[in-house]
Design a protein around this ligand. Structure first.
Ligand SMILES: Cc1ncc(COP(=O)(O)O)c(C=O)c1O
Length: 249
């Protein structure tokens, strides 16, 4: 399978050539059984590395009971529409206010998906006059979000402070002309290798450069910080993180 994976990545062959091979394996794998570290795939029991249940909350008795009680009271059709139309409830607002407090920020906004969430956050934060400076080992959703950007973007070497600073200098030259701002993007914890982003060092660069800092802490939220409030708290620099993004894994 790893040969096939390589070929798919290299994109050799006509468009769609690998589609039937990828489907059911790399994409849309059909899993059976309870969410767990052992699940059934293609008739075999396999070790599951990819479900989003690091904290083991999926089968937590208290969480399951809470789910049951909520369904009993409201049904699963609630709240009857997309959030912008008819889906806003006091529960969303209450939850957002608790989340904001938990991560030490003024406001929080709940989004439906991690992947599309960060994509739209990046898109909402910048316009063509702005420059994005981002870690080149960022998760695909950040890369895709950055690709939507109409202005300049510079990738820095993973966690490399010299490369960050060099790219901040390049970005500075551009925004001096466009009148825009600089958005730096990194991750709290890089999902592939598990190392933390050098958030503290990046925040320290704010003394020399004017930029806003967005982190995607999909893997640090719930696992780092004294109470699980993330990599910014773990490194003692959450105040310097302007936009904190996280997913519930
Ligand atoms: C850093 C990061 N951000 C966002 C996501 C996307 O989250 P979701 O899979 O919930 O859409 C992931 C998924 O692994 C991720 O690693």
């Amino acid at each position: 399978m790893s040969d096939l994976f390589q070929k798919i990545r290299e994109n050799k062959g006509p468009l769609g050539k690998w589609a039937n091979k990828a489907e059911g394996y790399f994409v849309f794998p059909e899993l059976k059984g309870k969410i767990s570290n052992l699940m059934e795939f293609n008739g075999n029991e396999v070790v599951m590395w990819s479900v989003n249940d690091y904290l083991g909350l999926a089968n937590d008795k208290e969480v399951l009971q809470f789910d049951k009680d909520a369904i009993k009271e409201y049904g699963i059709a609630y709240p009857m529409g997309g959030r912008m139309m008819t889906g806003e409830t006091s529960y969303h607002l209450e939850f957002e206010s608790k989340l904001a407090e938990f991560v030490g920020k003024e406001k929080a906004l709940l989004l439906n998906f991690g992947y599309q969430g960060i994509l739209s956050v990046i898109d909402a934060l910048v316009n063509k006059n702005d420059v994005i400076v981002y870690d080149r080992d960022s998760h695909a959703c950040i890369i895709d979000g950055v690709r939507l950007h109409m202005g300049k973007r510079f990738a820095f070497k993973n966690n490399d402070i010299e490369s960050i600073e060099m790219n901040l200098k390049r970005a500075n030259k551009i925004v001096e002309k466009t009148g825009g701002g600089i958005l730096v993007i990194s991750e709290g914890v890089f999902g592939m290798r598990g190392q933390q982003g050098i958030l503290k060092e990046i925040v320290a660069l704010k003394k020399k450069y004017d930029f806003k800092f967005l982190i995607d802490d999909a893997h640090g939220f719930g696992t780092l910080g004294d109470i699980g409030n993330g990599a910014g708290f773990e490194q003692g620099c959450q105040d310097g993180v302007d936009v904190y993004f996280a997913t519930f894994t």
